[in-house]
Design a protein around this ligand. Structure first.
Ligand code: 6PG
Length: 472
């Protein structure tokens, strides 16, 4: 019998996923483009390398590849997001038949996914955009999978994806039908947004400890290890290993250039929030922190121009308790902000996202897995349409850490250490829990210079007023 699934694109992720399918007993046929004499024969080499363990039917001819898959076909694309996905789809189309399904497993933009699904539907081809998280190791051993698209497509191919997915603590797959069309890729995008926030939180905490508290990488690693007994955060866990990595007689972290790269998904989350008109403070701050880090030369020059020095202003024992509280609060707020964007998108796009279920498939396999993600399953089940921050358990947690959060932010800023995500978390918290914002002044200014009108507190909402602000 022919394999039910074929995979296009044997990059790092494609190879790992193929091995994962094979190890779960799912027969899979693989394709990689091969230009004679110009490139190595990736598909042949891959099959060759693994032939003692698995038999991969491999192809560098598309037509033969497609014919080798059982109908209706399930074809998973593991190619770089962007125009490459459209090109591969174009090249597959002449050989596809009604009801064949293409699953895009890359980090594609959800709007591209919506467009592709629509275009392919007209030609009788099913399309799913599936976010896949967990990096190389996740892809190999069990990633978290976020498939979006038509229900009948998931009914058919879902079981294959569920086989290779990570398992949650009850043994259920970290894979679920997220919603229609672009929902899967939107959810993966936001996963990455939260990932950016969590990474920056750890980075700025490390930075303040390293320079503001003059702590060694080993001391910071030990402290993070203590914290992680409670947090059980994958990102904190890898940061501990990073801090302990030695090179020659120093630490590798001290030799890594402080200019962060990115491939776009964090910023896409910010764009989505701007389009929907909702906040996304911590995630946006994390994206922009990467951007400013990229201006290395300018930063060095400006530091000299300002005669700024890194001075040690505290020590690790003295601030560790407050810093932990601040970090934990920052992380909770970052998640609350992320899930709030999912809620808004779900309403606008009518995706009917199940946020508790999304938290569940993020408890294992993915980059942002942590003990808080486990807590979020119940929190989001209990109050699925409210901001996480108004959940009673969260209120007491945050209240207990608020002074530490604002205290650390104040202390670090005064001492000359930026904390972009922690301070935006603090600002978000204060703004979100303040019944009287500063926006009455904004509305008055808008009305003053542009007659944009305003609503009044002593009149019903929806009634707009204009004032002649100065007598002519
Ligand atoms: C994952 C990751 C992954 C992402 C990298 C790099 O969930 O496995 O999110 O999909 O590509 O984290 O992202 P940046 O290059 O933008 O940092």
């Amino acid at each position: 019998k022919k394999p039910r699934i074929g995979l296009v694109g044997l990059g790092v992720m494609g190879k790992s996923l193929s091995l994962n399918f094979a190890s779960k007993g799912v027969d899979i046929t693989v394709f990689n483009r091969h230009v004679e004499e110009l490139e190595v024969d990736i598909a042949r080499n891959f099959a060759e390398e693994n032939k003692l363990v698995y038999e991969f039917p491999w192809f560098d001819n598309l037509e033969k590849f497609i014919k080798s898959i059982e109908r209706p076909r399930n074809i998973i694309l593991m190619v770089n997001a962007g125009p490459a996905v459209d090109m591969v789809i174009e090249s597959l189309l002449p050989f596809l038949e009604e009801d064949d399904l293409i699953i895009d497993g890359g980090n594609s933009h959800y709007k591209d996914t919506i467009r592709r699904e629509n275009d392919l539907k007209k030609q009788g081809i099913l399309f799913m955009g599936a976010g896949i998280s967990g990096g190389e190791e996740g892809a190999l051993k069990g990633p978290s999978i976020m498939p979006g698209g038509p229900e009948n497509a998931y009914n058919r191919a879902g079981e294959l994806l569920e086989k290779i997915a990570a398992k949650d603590k009850n043994g259920d797959p970290c894979c679920t039908h997220v919603g229609p069309n672009g929902a899967g890729h939107f959810v993966k995008m936001l996963h990455n947004g939260v990932e950016y926030g969590e990474m920056q939180l750890i980075a700025e905490t490390y930075h303040f400890l390293r320079f503001g508290a003059n702590a060694t990488p080993l001391e910071i690693a030990d402290l993070f290890e203590e914290w992680n007994q409670e947090m059980k955060s994958f990102l904190l866990e890898i940061s501990i290993d990073i801090l302990r990595k030695k090179e020659d007689d120093g630490f590798l972290i001290d030799k890594i250039l402080d200019a962060a790269k990115q491939k776009g998904t964090g910023g896409w989350s910010t764009n989505a929030a701007l389009e929907l008109g909702v906040p996304l403070d911590t995630i946006t701050a994390a994206v922009l922190a990467r951007n400013i880090s990229g201006k290395k030369q300018e930063r060095v020059k400006a530091m000299q121009a300002y005669h700024r020095e890194f001075k040690s202003v505290t020590d690790i024992q003295k601030i560790s308790d407050d810093l932990f509280k601040a970090y934990k609060a920052g992380s909770i707020i970052n998640h609350a902000i992320g899930f709030d964007l999912l809620l808004e998108a779900s309403k606008t796009y009518q995706w009917e996202l199940n946020l508790s279920e999304i938290a569940r498939i993020w408890t294992n396999g993915c980059i942002i897995r942590s003990s808080f993600m486990e807590d979020l399953i119940d929190i989001l089940k209990e109050k699925p349409s409210e901001n996480v921050l108004v959940h009673s358990e969260i209120i007491s947690l945050i209240k207990n850490s608020e002074a530490a959060l604002t205290g650390i932010v104040g202390q670090a800023l005064q001492a000359g250490y930026p904390l972009p995500v922690l301070s935006s978390a603090a600002n978000y918290l204060l703004s979100f829990t303040s019944g009287q914002s500063s926006a009455n002044m904004i509305q008055a200014q808008r009305d003053f210079f542009g007659a944009h009108t305003y609503e009044r507190t002593d009149e019903p909402r929806g009634k707009f007023f204009h004032t002649q602000w100065i007598d002519n």
